[in-house]
Design a binder for this molecule. Structure first.
Ligand code: NAD
Length: 461
């Protein structure tokens, strides 16, 4: 299979697709390496991971160039992602000096109670293509620091960066058999990888559709499971908002990374009193977006031609159902015609329960909704099968705080964008956005380690 540069459709690598034999040998290698890696002191594992971060930093330009090519992004965006991956890696390397358990009093004299963290075993990790370097770091570093051996299946559209990063970690001292990368198609390798008896924990980031299938299969095997899934995130603009700032953040939320973020803004809920004024500014911001992969560009292409066609079909379907395209709506032409570019698109007039309102699209597409007042806006924002992130623009601390409390999501942002999570903070969603786990942050340690209660009885001297 060829790996294509989404910017121009050119071949950048050829991928030897793994089959079941390769997956089985990767799981066996991980199982074999597990005992020694988990017995390595966590502080020492952290030192190895710190060294890996230093190597990634020293050669960061190479990783950024790979990401820019395989994911189709401006190099400056890829540099930002390399930096984010390193920051995440350092956070988890430092956790090797903590990995806290808990000590508590006991209700019995001369009895002591505590918890310790232990590794799970073999971790099967599956990642999407949208931000390949941070996606690798968010899963591989916490899995390794907790002492697990890893089998990673990165997205088939962005395999090169995962290969590069794994080699650097191994060069830094992670045993090669404790970090296996299998390259191949998710629908072919996923079922075996996520249900094999020698896999102890499964962590998947990707679409809700695939997450449900993995959840059903891995659940039948009672696997420990973390599902970080899709979003259809609401961006609420109140009548007391700074409209220029709101339009700036709205454009970033909807269009940056070509809308390919689980945390992208896709439902823009605007109070009636300022609806027209905000929409004018939002459309102007959308039209100012520069497409391409030069460093002055705002967004690149979507990941592949199939995804571009899915987006175009969703826009056509929304129009048939009564929505109107206010700007964009078509494949970019001219110099970008060879790439998988969609013009930044804004629609209005979709019904609350239309497919456009309920379905994650994962592209630079924004839908507008008019709300009578704040209460109506909050109800619309919560009217979604998903519950990942949301943001509100308002100058009222009362509305802001009420929104942060009442919105049914894992992340709430006030006067910013719907995206922008930090590696030391727990990220994850409610409803169809996940199964309740949180990664990264120290909470990721709960995914990749098992707690054991230890009780100690003392005979008084
Ligand atoms: P996808 O679900 O199609 O693929 C994601 C990964 O799963 C890929 O590696 C793919 O090969 C693999 N896969 C596909 N079918 C599989 C199967 N049957 N079993 C096991 N693995 C399988 O998703 P995508 O379109 O590549 O990525 C976009 C999705 O990821 C969006 O829904 C987005 O919201 C989500 N995402 C979520 C987060 C988060 O943290 N919640 C972060 C980034 C992306």
């Amino acid at each position: 299979m060829f790996v294509l540069n989404p910017h121009n459709g050119e071949r950048i690598a050829e991928l030897a697709l793994a089959d079941e034999t390769v997956v089985l040998s990767a799981i066996a290698a991980a199982r074999g390496a597990y005992a020694a890696w988990s017995a390595t002191p966590a502080v020492k594992r952290g030192e190895i991971l710190f060294k890996a971060c230093a190597l990634i930093e020293a050669r960061g330009g190479d990783l950024s160039r790979i990401v820019a090519e395989e994911a189709g992004k401006p190099l400056k965006d890829a540099h930002g992602e390399t930096a984010a991956a390193i920051q995440c890696g350092r956070f988890f390397a430092g956790e090797g000096q903590r990995l806290f358990g808990r000590t508590t009093p006991s209700n019995t004299a001369n009895k002591y109670a505590m918890t310790v963290r232990q590794s799970c075993g073999v971790a099967a990790l599956i990642t999407p293509a949208n931000t390949p370097a941070p996606n690798f770091a968010w899963k591989v570093f916490p899995a390794l620091i907790c002492g697990n051996a890893v089998v990673l299946k990165p997205a088939e559209d962005t395999p090169v960066s995962a290969d590069w990063m794994a080699r650097v970690l191994i060069e830094a001292g992670v045993p090669a058999a404790a970090l296996n990368v299998v390259q191949g198609l998710g629908q072919e390798l996923g079922p075996l990888l996520t249900t094999h008896d020698d896999v102890d924990v499964v962590s998947f980031t990707g679409s809700t559709r695939v997450g449900r299938a993995i959840g059903a299969a891995a659940g039948a095997k009672l696997k420990k499971l973390s599902l970080e899934l899709g979003g259809k995130n609401a961006f609420v603009v109140c009548d007391d908002a700074d409209l220029d700032k709101a339009a700036h953040w709205a454009a970033l939320s909807a269009f940056s990374n070509a809308g390919q973020r689980c945390a992208a803004g896709s439902r823009f809920i605007v109070l009636d009193a300022i609806y027209d004024a905000f929409v004018d500014k939002f459309i102007a911001a959308a039209r100012r977006q520069k497409l391409g992969v030069d460093d002055d560009c705002d967004l690149g292409p979507v990941i592949n031609e199939r995804q571009l066609n899915t987006l175009l079909a969703a826009i056509a379907q929304a129009q048939t159902a009564g929505a109107r395209v206010l700007t964009g709506g078509a494949r970019a032409h001219g110099a970008l015609a060879q790439g998988y570019y969609l013009e930044p698109t804004i629609l209005e007039g979709a019904a609350e329960h239309a497919a456009l309102s309920l379905t994650e699209l994962f592209g630079p597409i924004a839908a507008l909704y008019r709300a009578r007042d704040y209460a109506h806006a909050l109800r619309l924002a919560n009217s979604s099968p998903y519950g990942l992130t949301a943001c509100i623009h308002t100058r009222s601390i009362d509305r802001a705080w009420n929104f942060a409390q009442a919105i049914d999501t894992g992340v709430a942002v006030i006067n910013g964008g719907t995206f922008g999570s930090e590696p030391h903070m727990p990220f994850g969603g409610r409803k169809a956005s996940g199964n309740g786990t949180r990664e990264p942050g120290p909470e990721a340690l709960d995914v990749y380690s098992e707690l054991k209660d230890i009780y100690l009885w003392i005979d008084p001297p």
